[in-house]
Design a protein around this ligand. Structure first.
Ligand SMILES: Nc1ncnc2c1ncn2[C@@H]1O[C@H](COP(=O)(O)OP(=O)(O)OP(=O)(O)O)[C@@H](O)[C@H]1O
Ligand SMILES: [Mg+2]
Length: 272
């Protein structure tokens, strides 16, 4: 089913550069008696990395699942490129160019890098009456696309099983860029990586931003997200308690807010 678009809003071209790519307005989600999200607003812009942080159970994954069509909000609405959208499934969100890369990536171990890169969109070539996979084209395009964002693989014909965690993230990120993604969502991409690998993934994220895509980066590690984020949104018990441009807040202040709670930090600041 195609995503339902409603209330078309004419874009203001003077603001195109800064117009939101996606907005969540007053989003609420309940699971039985648990309120996972309560009145959360979020604005996602092109060419910006939005860090989404908060303690366990804060509502980060629930928010992402609403933006990607896994859940429907109980209240509130979504807008994409100025139009109201309703997603019946993740397919609807993907059709608009919203891609999610999870920590435990859905890459297939014993298949080549190139096959994984093209998964579901394999080019074919005709040989007589047969349609064969165009393996050569897949290899060349994959190597070129990865090189383009600074990712070197020995050969795209190598199996994914030879890749490290960071390289796997890179393949998934490269795939999103190559197939015209507009919003890349990374859920804990660096949590299982070494320092060196983490730095590489952060470089790729920076490259994605430079290409003008919007990125949402979810993590528990504020020291990973802070260097690459343009904005940082803090969730706490399902509510948004902070939405900062990077230059409004230091990483130490952010750590305080996430560790001790926004209210306590504000109270102790008033008392000082
Ligand atoms: N499918 C579900 N059914 C019932 N409760 C849920 C469900 N998904 C999330 N919750 C609850 O909603 C709240 C928010 O959970 P969510 O997974 O969004 O948090 P999170 O910020 O992603 O946490 P973490 O950092 O641990 O991944 C939690 O109290 C969680 O137990
Ligand atoms: Mg989560």
């Amino acid at each position: 089913m195609a995503p339902v678009m409603r209330d078309s809003v004419a874009p203001n071209h003077a603001e195109q550069g800064t117009a939101p790519l996606m907005e969540g307005i007053c989003l609420c989600k309940r699971f039985g008696k648990v309120t996972a999200l309560e009145g959360v607003d979020i604005v996602i812009r092109r060419g910006e990395v939005t860090g989404l942080v908060g303690d366990n159970g804060a509502g980060k994954s629930t928010l992402i699942k609403i933006l990607t069509g896994v859940y429907r909000p109980d209240e509130g609405e979504l807008r994409f490129e100025g139009q109201r959208v309703e997603f019946a499934s993740p397919k609807d969100a993907r059709r608009l160019g919203i891609e999610t890369v999870y920590q435990d990536l859905a890459l297939i171990e014993n298949m080549s890098i190139a096959r994984n890169f093209f998964l579901g969109a394999e080019p074919q070539r005709k040989v007589g009456i047969l349609n064969l996979l165009d393996v050569r084209k897949m290899r060349l395009v994959t190597e070129e696309a990865l090189k383009d964002i600074g990712i070197a693989v020995r050969s795209a014909n190598d199996e994914v099983s030879v890749l490290s965690g960071g390289e796997r993230q890179a393949i998934a990120i490269g795939r999103t860029m190559h197939f015209g993604g507009k919003l890349l969502i990374l859920d804990e991409p660096t949590s299982a990586l070494s320092v060196h690998e983490t730095n590489k993934v952060l470089t790729y994220i920076d490259e994605v931003r430079k290409r003008g895509l919007a990125v949402i980066f979810i993590t528990h590690n504020l020291y990973h997200v802070y260097p690459v984020a343009d904005r940082i949104v803090v969730l706490e018990h399902g509510r948004k308690v902070g939405d900062f441009a990077k230059d409004e807040i230091s990483v130490d202040e952010l750590v305080q807010i996430v560790s001790y709670g926004a209210q306590r930090v504000a109270r102790s600041a008033r008392q000082q």
